[in-house]
Write a protein that binds this ligand. Structure first.
Ligand code: SAM
Length: 453
């Protein structure tokens, strides 16, 4: 039997990649070889199939239950309650109240879809906000559909009980109102929240979209694992099942730039806005057609799998942090990067990786000094300028953000190693530089991005 640390051979890896792309749209780049190999070794161990080729023959059969187990093993389920705080604030203060107002005139019906809900924290977060907004639901027809590819994630979601880490961003008031402490020191989502949410297995790439007209779709941190073509097709479908005026929320690092022009980008919230997409009402579509860019930086296309063990300390700490980041283990990446940057404070890439990990965790305030240090030590670090610009824009400093976008536009592509960086999300440094120039222009044109509504 192959052990978890033995990498798959090229031919087996190619076959596996093809299978995962066809079965779920998942794209794995070369940096995922070790974690994919470990995932397959784990499944081989559990099924008792010693031969890799025989295992791959088995999972190539679409009807084989083992195919689902493999998908469960390779998908990344990183999530938590109130993930992406600026976006959650925007949802609570503006987007949901607006949708509730509109629904009052439309039969008091609200439909929300958490597409790629993982272990359930995201749809439960939305359901908690709905309960706050609509304490008395009599006369209302409100449902949150929550779907995912992973059956193990859905089992956890349905159980509705979470550890401390998952709820760390929930305020004491939210905890008191919506979470019940269990004897085992965990947190159970209260029944009135749970009854708003229905979980279902659904493959966003292969299955038809639900036959609903949604007011809000959250599809956050899911398309980062897809090719651009797969994302385009998915976003077209999501657009088709949103009602006019309905909203689409992506992850903080996802963008519709060069993906879909049918949405308008809306900055919600005053000083520290979140950017959300809206399906315009028909009369606004023509007017909005010119608005074709998004403020979100792209995210690694790099891929999933949860290797049982973190990579051993490597000769190069930056490589270790990159591998952990690519696995979506952001907390661990931040810890490792901080330790490495403390040990070697003159290495700009360690500060950059620390900043990147913190941005992934939505901790912009902490990311700021790390990214500033990165560009101070390496003024031509295009990706660091780019990330810093996004953080500054979110922190409400548009003129500093514009300067950083300008610096990013003039430095991206200077470092030949950058061309293969997963942060580019499959784009060339040249394409990203063009986006930076656009963003700089937009920010320079408006002292502070405000809500266009
Ligand atoms: C990183 S989690 C995101 C969870 C949550 N949306 C959030 O942002 O916190 C990504 C989820 O996408 C799911 N996923 C990946 N490919 C999928 C597909 N083809 N169809 C449905 N879900 C998919 C994974 O199983 C995983 O639970």
């Amino acid at each position: 039997m192959r052990t978890a640390s033995e990498p798959l051979h090229d031919g087996d890896l190619a076959r596996l990649r093809q299978l995962l792309a066809a079965a779920a749209g998942l794209v794995f780049d070369d940096s995922r070889r070790a974690s994919l190999s470990a995932a397959v070794a784990e499944r081989q161990r559990l099924t008792g199939i010693g031969d890799v080729a025989a295992y791959l023959d088995l999972v190539c059969d679409p009807a084989a239950p083992e195919r689902q187990s493999l998908l469960d093993e390779v998908t990344i389920q990183e999530t938590h309650f109130f993930r992406n705080p600026p976006q959650m604030r925007a949802l609570r203060a503006e987007v949901l109240p607006e949708l509730v107002r509109a629904a009052r005139g439309r039969g008091r019906r609200l439909r929300i879809w958490s597409a790629g809900c993982s272990t359930g924290e995201e749809p439960y977060t939305v359901a908690m906000m709905l309960r706050e907004l609509l304490p008395d639901l009599s006369g209302w027809d409100v449902r949150v559909l929550a779907t995912d590819l992973s059956q193990t994630a859905l089992r956890t979601a349905r159980a509705g009980t979470y550890g401390e880490r998952a709820v760390q961003l929930a305020s004491p008031a939210t905890r008191g109102r919506f979470l019940l402490p269990t004897d085992a020191g965990r947190h159970e989502v209260r029944r009135d929240v749970r009854e708003l949410v229905r979980f279902a297995h659904h493959n966003l790439v292969l299955d038809p979209a639900p036959r609903e007209s949604f007011d809000l779709i959250l599809c956050r941190n899911v398309t980062i694992y897809f090719s651009r073509e797969t994302t385009r097709a998915l976003v077209r479908r999501l657009h088709g099942c949103l009602r006019d005026g309905g909203y689409l929320l992506l992850g903080h690092a996802e963008t519709l730039w060069q993906i879909n022009d049918d949405f308008r980008l809306v900055a919600v919230g005053g000083d520290n806005p979140a950017y959300v997409y809206q399906r315009p009402a028909p009369e606004r579509r023509v007017r909005q057609a010119e608005r074709r860019t998004a403020f979100r930086p792209p995210e690694p296309r790099a891929q999933p799998s949860q290797p049982p063990e973190p990579p051993p300390p490597a000769a190069c700490p930056a490589d270790t942090v990159r591998a952990v980041l690519a696995d979506g283990r952001y907390e661990q990446a931040a810890r490792l990067a901080r330790r490495a940057a403390d040990a070697e404070p003159m290495r700009p890439e360690l500060h950059y990786l620390l900043g990147r990990s913190l941005v992934e965790l939505g901790r912009d305030g902490e990311a700021l000094p790390a990214l500033r240090r990165a560009v101070y030590l390496e003024p031509v670090a295009g990706l660091a300028h780019f990330l810093l610009a996004g953080v500054l824009a979110r922190c409400g400093d548009p003129s500093a953000a514009a300067r950083e976008y300008r610096a990013a536009a003039s430095t991206l592509g200077l470092d030949p190693l950058e061309a293969a960086a997963p942060e580019l999300g499959g784009r060339s440094p040249h394409e990203l530089a063009a986006l930076c120039r656009q963003l700089e222009g937009q920010l320079a044109g408006s002292p502070r991005p405000g809500s266009p509504r």
